[in-house]
Design a protein. Sequence first.
Lengths: 176, 371
Amino acid sequence: MKTAEEIFNTLKEKFGSSIVEFKADKPVEPFIIVNPLEVDKISLFLKDEKDLLFDSLMNLSGVDDANGIKEKDDKGLETIKGGTLSVYYHIESTKLRHKLTLKASTDREKPEVVTVTEVWKGADWHEREAYDMYGIIFLNHPDLRRILMPYDWEFGFPLRKDYKNPEFYQGMKVPY
Amino acid sequence: MALKTEEMVLNMGPQHPSTHGVLRLELQIDGEIIIDVIPHIGYLHRCFEKHCEAMTYPQVIPYTDRMDYLASMYNEFGYALAMERLMKIEVPERVEYIRVIMGELQRIASHLVALGTYGADIGAFTPFLFCFRDRERILHLFEITCGARLLYNYIWIGGLSHDLHPDFIRLTKEFIKDFRPNVKELNELLSYNRIFIERTANVGVLPIETAINYGVSGPNLRASGMKWDLRKDDPYSVYHKFDYDIPIGKGEKGKTGDCWDRYYVRVLEMDESLKIIEQAIEQIPDGDVTSAIPKRVKPPEGQIYTRVENPRGELGYFIISDGSINPARVKVRAPSFVTMQVFPELCKGFMVADVVAILGSVDIVLGEIDR
């Protein structure tokens, strides 16, 4: 069993600048910020290294950090420019019984993160959901389609903080 | 001359009685053999996570009820636990005991639906009626406690909405006494039924490595032979005070991790839940159940991932707080959502009729898959 800080030091040694920061100042969970384009390699290392063995992905979730420049149009609807979208990975080792949180932040205008489906197959639908809700593109994902929203949904990504409802969807007025 | 053969695509659902909700399965078949299954979900999507961002923290609780509508108590339990850890609230012991009792009763009720409908899917209708008869008594216990039968809004952040009804302990004891023989009856009626075993043993085998890699949890993982239960392995509430076992699949009728194992693990789990409830109602202390409920829920800036062992597996809440009275992000890691991903792997190489048997055995609830 290892603490998050020990794991951070191991990773820092191995991957250098791809491991950005260790954050433990806020309650309740510490997390490690990593480079979104190196997540797959870092994950594979975390899974295979014999004193880490992170064999299970508990949860993967997209988050809108809403830290860009906020602009209001004449209707009072907000648009966010710049800033980041993030992906949080909650992983654990069922053998060594330790847990870890990783965070990968990516540019809001061009959100790209490398997929971890090769490492943990369970990431597949979680990543599709993050794409569906936030528009985060998971590079090398085998099947990146919408999952919860209709396949033909073309009005943006609903969980972004500046999402606006369409006026009509297939001839039906929204909100009805 | 050789006959030309081709693969066929068969559509199952969304309105199909044994998909347990609105799920569409695109079956690619070669004759009767399944080559691949592509699940299409989202027919029940209600934007739960988007709604949460517009609600205050306590207002989210009724929404969590509506995710896994067969295990509403446990959804509330998980959410309340996450919020209490985020806000560092110490909960009175009586509250913890009542939560455990309610949670375990809910587990039995949920498993009864799973087992009963599984029997009905396979073609045995009588066990279905027996299971629902027993479940009705549990729902009655919930009803006298909080007034609702299915969607409770009972477990609040820091406490409970009501204390127990004066008759609750007596009725629960009576229920336990009556229910134990009924489990035996269910075993004779369904579990050891020759036809049922023929349909379920050696079908849809889930190897343990695949299960872990996909993140499968709960009874489905235990049926594959892994002793993994968050009540023991990532303890929360007062579960450490009780004495109970974690049943696992042993491949009694076929291979470990087949449909019959997944079914039978649930039967055994009901017995263990009864043990927990029995001990909890013996030990339950007195106290006020509303004393720790915060007047204003305004957690500090931060984030937390908390998980509980829901009847279907690991139910996780990932909550990000920006210091205001509304959550900045609530993500639910629904056990059925993860289990559904492994479903195509289970079906490959089996017959079309087995799809129904496999789907029933993994026990999904579409309400939490689609959220």
